[in-house]
Write a protein that binds this ligand. Sequence first.
Ligand code: NAD
Length: 369
Amino acid sequence: MAHLVTLIPGDGIGPEVSDATRLVLEATGVRFRWDVQEAGAAVIEREGTPLPDRVLDAIRRSRTALKGPITTPVGTGFRSVNVTLRQELDLFAAIRPSRSLPGAVTHHPPLDLVVIRENTEDLYAGIEFERGSEAAARLRAILRELAGVEVRGDAGVTVKPISVTGTRRIVRFAFDFARRNRRRVITVGHKANIMKFSDGVFLATALEEAAAYPGIDLVPMQVDELAMWLAWEPETMDVLLLPNLYGDIVSDLCAGLVGGLGLAPGANLGWEYALFEPVHGSAPDIAGKGLADPVAMVLSGALMLRHLSELPAAEAVERAVTRVLAEGAHVTRDLGGNASTGEMARAIAAEVRSDPGAGGAIERRTAEA
Ligand code: NAD
């Protein structure tokens, strides 16, 4: 049976890395029914919004989506498509593995880190008061009365809610992930000393839940200290559990530790839906030039294959990426090569096709041919 997957190519380098990923995933022999849905800046003129309902409806039908990056235009009044998708579909857990790969220049010993980021609360909850607005003026008056603080009249305000409910589910998710993947230490990043009532809830809830998971250590660490350790001795880290904003920043940092954004895949998971996308953005500086490294999105596709229980195919894709990187002859500019996005994708797809270990998937393709 073919897997129904909503494919959102995105914009900027999105369509290039999406085409590349489709080629590689199809080389596994796993069958897909791609429901391609456009979203982002390009559809605003036609449909009045960067995220039409049809896109959400499509993901609710397929339950699984593969997405390229989407530009968040500054100052248009539209909310980020990426943030809205995560909230509308309640994709509360972002998983962003950062593993050293051959051929990528790094400054550290081999790393195998995973960032688990809460994806729906915190400063990204979308509770914003625009500088100079009537709502901001009313908020200032309320804060004067409730908190006795005078917020400057020319301030914009973003609110940071962190709940026990929202934290508990991401903490349990992180422990279950650690248990399934035989990981021993979860470092929880926070700033509870300063933000007692938001980060304080995150930390206290994490400590409370940890008691139910003997055998896995929970190490609280202030996020500024965590940043120092990640620069100094990242090899001592294992799973990093973070609220939304810190998770966003730290996962880019971890991508940098293992060779850059072109290599870092991601998954956004909730109880009902799963959306796979690279950590990187739409990279307008290199869009349309064939320079984009397809690996981050290809590896996001491999995470999707695991989610769809296509384990041999996922492993074949991961091995193929490793081989192409190790060989170094068909890699993009960010990795020191001069292959185009398409050339690198074709090299990875060829490795997948010749992988004897792809097991069921490859056999199935041969039988169907
Ligand atoms: P970016 O990740 O797009 O680019 C940062 C740098 O990394 C650039 O120099 C870029 O060329 C490079 N880079 C990124 N991906 C690469 C790849 N696959 N291969 C080679 N080089 C790559 O970050 P940005 O410039 O801050 O953001 C651009 C736009 O993307 C913004 O509108 C932002 O909001 C959006 N964005 C979207 C997502 C998403 O869709 N999930 C995530 C992050 C940023």
